[in-house]
Ligand binder design. Sequence first.
Ligand code: ADP
Ligand code: GLC
Length: 481
Amino acid sequence: MKILHVTPELAPWSKAGGLGDATAALAKALGASGHDVKAVTPLYGSVPGRERMSVLMPSLRVGVGGPPEKAACRVLSLQASKGFEAWFIEHDDYYGAKEVYPARADFAERAAFYARAALDACLASGWIPDVIHCHDWTAGLVPPLLNTVLKESPLGGAVSVLSIHNLQHQGVAHRGIMDFLGLPGWLWQPSELECLGGVNFLKGGVLHAARVITVSPTYAREILTPAFGHGLEAVVRRRESALEGILNGVDTDEWNPRTDRLIAAPFSPRSMKGKEECRLALAREFGLRDDPKAPPIFGVVSRLWDQKGLDLAAAALPSFLRDGRLRFVLLGSGDGGLEGAFRALAAGFPSLCGVRIGLDHGLSHRIEAGSDFFLMPSRFEPCGLNQMYSMAYGTPPVVRATGGLADTVRPWSPGATDATGIVFEHADLQGVEWAIGRALELFSDPKAYRKVQLNGMRTEFSWKLSADRHVTAYRAAGAHG
Ligand code: ADP
Ligand code: GLC
C-alpha cells in the first residue's frame, strides 16, 4: 500500500511533543512491514542534517492564493528507513524559524501551505498514495481539499484518514484561509468548517476524513463527551461509526534500556544492576542526596501545560519533601507560572528536588532510566508515550486513569500480581496525594515493587502491532493495495 503521512512533527527532525515520536515511529513500522511510505513535513529552521538530504523538487508551485512568489517551495527528501522516505517542505518565510509552533499571525497559512504542498508534491512526482493519513489540526483541511478541489485529480481516489493526537488544539483561523486554499464557499457553514466565526481545521478533518483515529481506545470514547470534547464532541459524535482508538507504541531502537547509549549503564529484567547506577548518576546530576538511605526518586519529563496536571503535583509535593519521603526531578518547559513554581520547589528543597527548564533529549532518557517512579497526573491524555517508556525502563508510572494512561497501565493494589503502576481516578490534590502515598507504600515492599517493575519491562508496546491495526483501519476505510 502507498501511504502518505502529512504531519507537522517528525522526530528526530522536529518534535514539540509525542506527535513527532508517534508519526515517525508509525511511518517506520509501516515501511518495515513492506508498505511504501512517505511523510511530508515542514523544514523548520531547527531541522538537523539537511546536508544529507537531496533536492527532490527545486521549485514546486503550490496551489494556494496570495502572491505568486510566495506560492512556491523546494522539496527535499531523505530515505529515513526501509520503505519510509521523508519529504521536507522548504519555505523560509513560513518555516525558517526554529520553533514548530511559533506564535505568529500567519499560523493558518503556515499549516495550510505545507499540507497543500504535500498533495502537490505527490501530483508533481506521480507518486499517488492509496492512503493520505493526516495528523492533528495542521493537516485538518487536507480531507476537505480531497473531497472538493482535488476530487477529480489523481488524488481524488485516495482514502483520507485523520489521527487526533490531541483534540484541544483545533486551529481556528480567519475565513480567508478558505480562499487561500480555494475551498468552495458552501463549506462555510456551521455544519461544515465554520466554528465560532472562524474556520476550524480539525473540525474539517473530522467531518471529511474517511476514518478518524485517536491514539487510544479510551480517548476515542472520552472525546464523545463534553468533558473531553473541547467543544467538538457533537462533531465527533457525528463520525462515531468511523471513529476508533489505536494505541501508539514504543520505538525500541530509541527507548531500550539494554542498548541505550544516553544512560549511565544498560540494564534488563535479568540484570537490574545498571538501573542502580542510573539512579545514582541521576541523583548526582541534579545534586541530590545519593546516600543508600535516600528516598525514592519520582521523575517527570513533560510539557508544562494544563493538560498534564502538574499544577496538582506542585501542590502535593511540598508536604512529602518536607517529611523527606521522596526525591523529585523534573525536566519540562511551557507555562511560565508552572516553571516558576517548580523552580521555587527546587530552591526550597535543594537536596531532594531538582528541576531543569528546557528541552533535553539525553536528560529525558536519564530521568526515565534513573527514577523509581514516573509521575503523569494528566487531566486528559490522548495516549501518552512517557508512561510506556518508563515501564520499559523499570520505572513504574503513577498516572491518572484517563485516555491512553488508563489503557496502558495496570493498577497496583496490595496483592495484585499483574500490576505495572499506580493508577488514580480524580484529577485533584487529594487524588495526587493518594497516588504518591500508594507508590511509597509499594516501594516499602521491595518484592512487590520489583514485581511491578518487571511486569512493566516485560509488557510489549509494539509499533508493529499499532501499524498492523492502522492498515486494518485503512482497509476498513476502503483503501486497496
Ligand atoms: P505530549 O505529546 O502530550 O507532550 P507524550 O507523552 O505523548 O506527551 O510525549 C512527550 C514526548 O516529548 C516524550 O518523548 C518526552 O520524552 C518528550 N518531552 C517532553 N518534554 C520534554 C523535554 N523538556 N525535554 C525532552 N523531551 C521532552
Ligand atoms: C499528543 C498527546 C499525547 C500523545 C501524543 C502522540 O501530543 O498529548 O497523549 O501520546 O500526541 O500521539
